[in-house]
Design a protein around this ligand. Sequence first.
Ligand code: MRU
Length: 356
Amino acid sequence: MTLQAIKYHRGQLDILDQLLLPDATHYLEIADTDAAWKAIKKMQVRGAPAIAIVGCLSLTVELNQKKFATLQELKQYVEEKLEYLVSARPTAVNMADASAKGKQMVRKIANAGELEPEEAKLKVIKEFEGMLQKDIDVNKNIGRFGAEHILFHNEEKPVNILTHCNTGSLATAGYGTALGVIRCLQEHKKLSHVYCTETRPYNQGARLTAYELVHEKMDASLICDSTAAACMKEHKVHAVVVGADRVVANGDTANKIGTYQIAIVAKHHNVPFYVACPKTTFDPSIESGKDIHIEVRPNHEMKSVKGVKIAPDDINCWNPAFDVTPASLITGGIITEFGVFKPEELKQRISELDQD
Ligand code: MRU
């Protein structure tokens, strides 16, 4: 049985409450965009692709219950709700990308003036529903391209991979991005071992990735974030593969806090460092990583684990949720659904693909 972060059929959206994993498997009903906004903010659903999918599907649930008198009314409603959903978390670009595309789509439908409001609404719902299957297809291509590239550079022999945060079925519609590459290696019996970091302070690695690795019966070890350097020194790590929340024009990449230090360590140990992400994580409107808005999470998320205090109340904290890995440290390449590119070629390749 595959893990399912998002359960959807028309008019009904439920998400696996990721704050309760691995202790409890509890699905939470998302009845409207307000509920989605709150679940995204609280990180009951997290991971760049999953945030965008849950945001858009919550809008379809809401639309399903509403009637619109005119096409313009429908258009305005969809545009406002998409804008609102983008505001839940700032760093991952996928919801902003889905919002821009959703607005374009609803404007086109409304401005054509060919459909009755109810028919137009249904068309908008169907477009958003398509995101679920599309994300799985995209992830499978990412997995295949990434696995092929890594194996080509390792004489097709089984490899050990180090990964950070959670990029699997729980962070996407299914299969995963960086974890999709690992999954594909496993499917081809070319995965020797996975090292997954705990990913403090929210422990997405320990709570979610380790859970997925056990579920998939992969040969894996959980390591502390601070063990990454020792791991690369003491054990053979053939590649580091991580996900991304935003890849900007020059290839600089925002991902879970701690990614940057792993990339530095990988460079020191000559371990190729890969970023795996769909095209929807690419943001060519920002030139370099210094302009990416990094979300800072509340102090209490660092000072307690599941309600147990692990630091004094009065200590101040700095708790950025993401950091930026400069393109120069992404030595293996950026794995996309279209192939593996060097960071410096990404902008050109994506614009070529857009013209096709
Ligand atoms: O704060 P999170 O858990 O949403 O951060 C998730 C990550 O940083 C992932 O690596 C990224 O979103 C890619 S998920 C396919």
